[in-house]
Write a protein that binds this ligand. Structure first.
Ligand code: ZN
Length: 404
């Protein structure tokens, strides 16, 4: 099957009529259905499928009895943000399967195993920490911290994994699994405008800019919206709203910076209630970490000042931080030799390839997205570009696996 026809087969899984697009939180029914679909497709291709102790799925194409070392790995994720697009994640997974199918069809042989990997909770939309699966695999996040994370229903990751047949006691770094990978190439839909104006559908990734998420909690005094005079209020919504604006102003003053508040939760959240607390999630990114840290510090200091002025208090906690990642120069060079017309792109989005990069040579391929929009139902790729991306990945896997 082609990558575009596989994507078409998944078009009805996890549609979100309220938000538009798709909502596929990790281990919710839609994502579980995609995981089952992946296992069935991998078995159709004769791959040996295993789910590891952190919930990653590995589908191996290799000769029986050969050691699983120096593998050429590819893959991506199947979870989505709330109301996300059809391509972010699944495109890399279907392209990997289509590439293996194509290599099988042309009788490709290699001493080097090829393995397709599916990473759980890449978006962090359920537990707040992106790239949780690759983070657990590599030890970038500790098992204790991960297992105690709670989703919006109060379910811990430990409880969720347990319900899905993964023993929480065995969750944690898996250096033996990482060591099996000799190179990792993740294909992904482009999430910005980098390829829109170029004549080529595919780019090779060069770097991921530094990024992090911070939770700012504003604490005030919950009260009645009608009986509490304006002069008597300690309303945390006021400094929270002012901080949203302050973050925007601060980021606009720093070239290359991006600051976003995409989520704000007032408690208790009644339309006739002054909130007692407001939680604000701040996402900040910049190519240069020495610029990113002072920018976050400035926004946090502003939040403090604004809270004090409103008679409120703040607590700031870092939920995740990923320094800038520069993909493996030698692997980038190989990919560009194989795909000589492909552009070279930096990306502002985090990826599992970025988490793996310090541990094994990693690189990425990007596929043109004519909307330039992602994490939205508008995210898009033409069928021809989808199949061109899968073809590029096929070439890369063929050449990389041909030499040890
Ligand atoms: Zn993604």
């Amino acid at each position: 099957m082609t990558a575009s026809s596989m994507l078409a087969a998944l078009a009805d899984v996890g549609r979100d009529p309220a938000r538009g697009g798709y909502s596929r939180p990790v281990f919710a029914p839609a994502e579980l259905e995609l995981r089952e679909w992946f296992v069935a497709e991998a078995r159709r291709l004769g791959l040996d499928v295993e789910t590891d102790r952190n919930g990653l799925i590995w589908a191996w194409w290799d000769a029986p009895g050969r050691p699983r070392t120096n593998a050429v790995a590819t893959g991506s994720h199947l979870d989505s943000v709330p109301g996300g697009g059809a391509f972010d994640g699944p495109l890399g997974v279907v392209s990997a399967l289509a590439a293996v199918e194509q290599l099988q069809a042309i009788g490709h042989t290699s001493d080097r195993p090829i393995v397709v990997v599916v990473f759980p909770e890449e978006e962090g939309s359920r537990y707040g920490v992106p790239c949780l699966g690759s983070g657990l695999l590599t030890g970038t996040i500790s098992a204790d911290r991960a297992l105690s994370l709670k989703d919006e229903y109060g379910d811990t990751l430990a409880e969720l994994l347990d319900r899905n047949g993964i023993d929480p006691a065995r969750v944690g770094p898996d250096p033996d699994a990482v060591r099996r990978i000799g190179a990792f190439v993740e294909l992904h839909v482009e999430q910005g405008r980098g390829l829109v104006d170029l004549a080529e559908p595919v780019a090779v990734g060069r770097s991921i800019i530094g990024h992090g998420r911070w939770k700012l909690r504003f604490e005030g005094h919950g009260n009645h919206a009608g009986t509490t005079l304006m002069s008597d209020r300690n309303d945390p919504m006021i400094p929270a709203a002012q901080t949203v604006l302050a973050a925007e102003t601060a980021a606009r003053a720093v070239p290359g910076a991006r600051a976003t508040v995409g989520k704000l939760v007032p408690v208790p959240g009644g339309s006739n209630v002054i909130a007692s607390t407001v939680d604000v999630w701040l996402d900040v990114r910049h190519p240069d970490e020495s610029t990113l840290a002072p920018l976050v510090a400035e926004i946090s200091a502003q939040a403090d000042r604004l809270a004090i002025a409103a008679g409120c208090r703040t607590q700031v906690s870092c939920e995740s931080y990923s320094p800038a990642v520069h993909f493996d120069p030698d692997l980038i060079r190989r990919c560009r030799e194989i795909l000589p017309t492909a552009a070279l792109l930096d990306t502002g989005a985090g990826h599992d390839a970025g988490v793996l990069a310090p541990y094994t040579p990693s690189a990425m391929l990007f596929v043109r997205n004519p909307s330039g929009v992602s994490h939205s139902p508008e995210e898009y790729a033409e069928d021809d570009d989808v199949d061109a991306g899968a073809h590029a990945l096929t070439e890369v896997l063929a050449k990389l696996s041909a030499t040890a």
